[in-house]
Write a protein that binds this ligand. Sequence first.
Ligand SMILES: Cc1ncc(COP(=O)(O)O)c(C=O)c1O
Length: 378
Amino acid sequence: MKKLSEKISRIPPSATMEITDKARRMKAQGKDVISLSIGEPDFDTPAHITEACINALKSGKTHYEASQGLLELREAICDKLAKDNGITATPNEVVVACGAKNNLSEAMEACLNPQDEAIILDPSWVSYEPMIMLAGAKPVHHSLNLKTFQLDDTILEKVNKNTKMLIFTTPSNPTGSVLNRDSLALIKDICEDNDIIACADEIYEKLVYGGRKHLSIAAMGDMHERTITVNGFSKAYAMTGWRLGYSHAPLEITKTMTKVQQHTTSQATTFAMWGGVAALRGDQTCVEDMRKQFELRRNYLIGALNDIGYQTAPAEGAFYAFIKVDGDDLAIANRWLEEGLVASTPGTAFNAPGWIRISYAAGMDTLKEAVRRISEIK
Ligand SMILES: Cc1ncc(COP(=O)(O)O)c(C=O)c1O
């Protein structure tokens, strides 16, 4: 057989794979492993959304749709962006795709050329780097200040004439922290001064705590002219398996992303998009109810971890506790798994060695048992 893709062979295997596989094997052996390594709400999709999808199926909404996405959904997204984010959008600037992940990869494909560099703010979600590499460009990592989890101007050392894009997520997976207005203002200045596209992953927008309000960089000054705002239904509406996400960007970028979509997935699933319309147009109490549950768990978990002596990143959003550990995070995550039967994700997977991520998308009793087990290992 001739050599397979060199581009793919350059992408490193996931640093989480080994420990995830091990946790799976241990579970298969009947061991009582608590899995806190997954990034998915443990709630079911609210019934009115599921019903809208079933009704769509029953009424024959089973055909191809516009590649860019169902117009009714793109209109609902524009209304949502205006109301929640202060972003003025028209449906032709929106792409609906098969999950925010799909929007993000289309954004990289649409914007990046081989000589281009894309800066990723670390600790970072695992897929940004491979997506940039798949688009043929060069990932450049820059770490946030790991005391404040904010950005400072040391990032300027990473900016050069080849810098095309700056990618960040707030609230963050893996840290749960939120970029404050100063950090966003710095990103804005850097992007405007150096003609850089901001790619703002806002998938955890609805999950913020302590009375915070989410800030969208595209609503700051003229940033909508150079920002790709990515969001979706997975986290806010517990719709991970629906594979439904969306983006808003200047028309030229959206058209280019749509071209990628036309030749790859064609479109998001038609009846899933009708579920998306119900999610955005329907009562938002379900979102707030889930957020409140996450906040209760977060208050318990962060407090309990701090009480047993662990330092944690500011837990302001998403559903992750990011825990400072003393030593090699891969080895410690392995010990937590082997000795405590708690599956976590080592920070190395997110370019943040010395930290471990656990998800609190799990019931309170499970979290209490996990803390008990971790405290006994320490
Ligand atoms: C930071 C971040 N962005 C994007 C995604 C992808 O979301 P979706 O399920 O909409 O593809 C995830 C999912 O884990 C995520 O954590």
